[in-house]
Design a protein around this ligand. Structure first.
Ligand SMILES: [Zn+2]
Length: 421
């Protein structure tokens, strides 16, 4: 139950003044899934004597860099089918109307997801998840939103929760039944929203399958009144709220979400100063999704300078989904955040650690290397955290620790190395 990491170079992201500085020659003690001690190697013997338990497993990190485990705070990881054919059709000049008539777009994913069994959804998601965990992710948020019936939305959330049993990962689930109007309610979005509020949200709460509720607030999604109704229903049940807002136009969804206490608003390319002020006032995280921006070849940039000016915490996530961001790499998103949005590598790292934790309401237990926090860590074969945003495609992860558990696959390599020492 206990683990001692020695000779580590840590980047704590713990909100102290020097939290992005590499602190060499440190140790981290872990007991029962939590960080119990952090200190300089020179103090290890005196500090460890105070520890009641002897550490069963000791890992010499050989000066490798340790960051908080990465948090992907916005994904649509669970779905069936893929849209590669549609991607190809678009690039070979097939008009969008033709693709839509053939059943393309989000409804093709809805149809495939409805047909799939929970187990099939788990298997498909595990492949995608393996790419993210290889990239240092220890917590992932997963949304429903391709079922759009009570039964299929719960099936998606069950599949998302199941991933924790198959992989060394923590999952945070978000109900996104208000993702699109399903064919059964075509032309009657208000009735569908009533169904979401009165039936789907209570059922997801009763089944203990949901941590937060999300709405796609957009001209092609749901309007402000509908968004507000869903948020009110979620808050009545004690759930966190978050929004897909200001992606394609400025409807004021971010401001509405912030004033209602949202943990994050996501996309926000069209967010204006009034919206930014609302985020600052209510402590709402601005989540940037550069993968969707890239894939859709958007030209409207999120208001990074205003977010900095008003000190709004920024997160970065993959938005992994089949339609607009089929890219399963959070460090690639850090790179895109820097190249496309001109974030600094430090802002990018905050965006996938401490600020991503806040976006999920988990800021008191995750996203920082801090005594009392969850022992969720990523051990890297790098010297400085800027390398995470700088390099693309090079495997840099040495090991992951989730709730004090060393990642099984890399554990073997570690043990081999340890026995060679
Ligand atoms: Zn999304």
């Amino acid at each position: 139950m206990s683990l001692l990491l020695t000779n580590a170079a840590i980047v704590s992201m713990d909100q102290s003044d020097a939290d992005y500085e590499v602190q060499p020659n440190y140790f981290i003690a872990i007991e029962h899934g939590k960080i119990t001690q952090i200190g300089a190697m020179q103090d290890i013997s005196s500090m460890q004597k105070q520890s009641a338990e002897n550490h069963k497993q000791i890992i010499d990190c050989q000066n490798r860099l340790i960051t908080p485990g990465l948090i992907d705070s916005h994904t649509h990881l669970v779905f069936a089918g893929n849209r590669a054919k549609e991607f190809e059709q678009r690039l070979t000049g097939v008009p969008y109307e033709t693709i839509a008539k053939q059943g393309g777009g989000i409804l093709s994913t809805v149809n495939a997801t409805r047909i799939a069994t929970e187990q099939q959804l788990v298997e498909l998601a595990l492949k995608r998840l393996s790419a993210l965990t290889a990239d240092g992710v220890t917590t992932i948020e997963i949304k429903s939103g391709y079922g759009l019936t009570l039964e299929d939305e719960l099936k998606m959330l069950c599949a998302a929760k199941q991933l924790e049993q198959h992989a060394n990962i923590k999952v945070s689930t978000t109900l996104l039944a208000a993702h699109a109007v399903p064919p059964e309610y075509k032309g009657d979005a208000d009735s569908y929203i009533r169904y979401v509020c009165d039936e789907i949200i209570p059922a997801a709460v009763d089944a203990k399958l949901v941590d937060a509720v999300d709405v796609f607030c957009e001209g092609i999604g749901f309007n402000l009144a509908q968004t507000k109704a869903v948020f009110e229903a979620a808050l009545t049940h004690g759930l966190n709220i978050k929004g897909h807002t200001e992606q394609l136009s400025n409807l004021g969804g971010s401001e509405l979400a912030a004033t209602m206490g949202a943990t994050s608003v996501d996309h926000i390319e069209y967010l204006d100063e009034q919206g930014v002020k609302a985020l600052a006032k209510h402590g709402t995280v601005a989540t940037l999704l550069p993968g969707a921006f890239y894939f859709l070849r958007e030209t409207q940039y999120p208001p990074i300078e205003l977010l900095r000016q008003y000190k709004v915490p920024m997160a970065i996530a993959t938005d992994f989904n089949p339609g607009t961001s089929p890219i399963a790499s959070l460090t690639m998103m850090m790179n895109m955040g820097c190249t496309l949005f001109r974030l600094t590598p430090e802002e990018a790292l905050r965006g996938v650690t401490c600020n991503a934790a806040t976006a999920l309401g988990l800021q008191d237990s995750r996203g920082q290397i801090r005594v009392g926090y969850d022992a969720d860590l990523a051990i890297w074969n790098i010297e400085h955290p800027s390398q995470l945003a700088y390099e693309v495609g090079i495997p840099r992860l040495y090991a992951r620790i989730v709730g004090g558990n060393l990642c099984k696959v890399l554990c073997k390599e570690l043990c081999k190395e340890l026995s060679n020492d």
